[in-house]
Each structure stands twice: as structure tokens, then as C-alpha cells.
Write a protein that binds this ligand. Sequence first.
Ligand SMILES: [Zn+2]
Length: 214
Amino acid sequence: METEGVVLKSRDLGDRLRHLTVYTEKLGKVNLLVKLRSADFPIKYEPFSVTEFKLLQKGEKWEVVEGKLVKENFPKTKGELLYRSKIARLLSPLELSPENRLYQLIKRYIEEEGTPPAYQAFLMKFLFLEGLTPRLFRCVECGSSEISTFSVEKGGVLCKKCGEGSGIRWSREASVEAYTLTKEPLEKLKKKRFRWLNLIETAAQKHLRYRTEK
Ligand SMILES: [Zn+2]
């Protein structure tokens, strides 16, 4: 079995043994066991690297027979490290099936430097691909377009009456920004100004966790 994958996590088990968490093109997110050979140049098994894997199934586990580096994304700055780690941390605990558009999204965003709004754009696009986009323009409860809060539990925005001051502070402008991050390519987004990125990040991450944990 051969598949390309983006390394999300790499843990040393000692004795030249490594445990990898990888989002692969053909298997989705998998855990892989690697026995490093002395000739192996381990950057291909480091977090954020894009690697072509040759795998062997052993029971329910996958072992790496061979790895060929496609692109290393070793962070050159602290900003890059924080940004790429955030993506890896977001994805590592989730169960993710193989999906070409998701693979392309991860591969595309993991090599970014991480200047805002890269992470928030990744997050919103990821929610969209997973079918988890929150309701953004009408109150989840009554359908009113007067938006005042974001409710993680309800999965979208609430008006003042229905929200009763609970939830995350929100506005129509925040919804427009979240929608723009979902829809537009990063090149275009980089030229725009956003005012709600922190709240969008908080809301989107909580929204995702609420729907994927347990
Ligand atoms: Zn309402």
C-alpha cells in the first residue's frame, strides 16, 4: 500500500522506533509505526513533513516499510512552529476519513508561514469540508437576523432575545468574516482586513470540539 501523507505527530519510542500520526491521502488519519534504519534521514518522519509512505498492514496496525520525503515543512521561525503545531494539535485527536479535498487543504496550509488569517481560514474551511459549518446569519432558535451571540451548544448564532447574554460575543460582521474565511482562497484573504479573528478562532474551535469529543 502506497500513500502520501502529512505527518501530524511523531513520538520516539526508543530503540530506533517511532510512532507517527499521519493524515494520509488514501487511509485518512492513521497511526504508523516506523523502524528507523541507520541510513534513514529522519526529517521525512518529523511533524509537518509531506512524505510518500509505503505501508504494510500488521493486524490492525500499519507499519512503514519505506518513506520518501516529498516536502519538509520544518519551521524556520517561532511563528511557523506555533501555527503548524496548532493545525497538528487540532487534527491529531480527530477521526478523519480519507477525503481528497481535505488532504489538499492540509497539505496546502501546513506549509504556510501562519500569518493571520491563515489558521482561521484553515479552521473555517476544515469545518466546511467536515460538514460542520455553524449557522451564521440567522438566529438558530427564532430565525431573526439580529445577531448578538454565538452558541457552541446550539451550533450557531443567536439573537439577543434567544441568547440572553450567554455564549460568545458575536455580530453580523463576525459572521460575514467567518463566511469569507470559509469561501475565499488564502491569497485573497491575505489582502483583506479582519477584526474578529480571535473570536472566530475561539468559537470555531469550541464548535468543533463540542461536536467531535466524547
Ligand atoms: Zn432568536
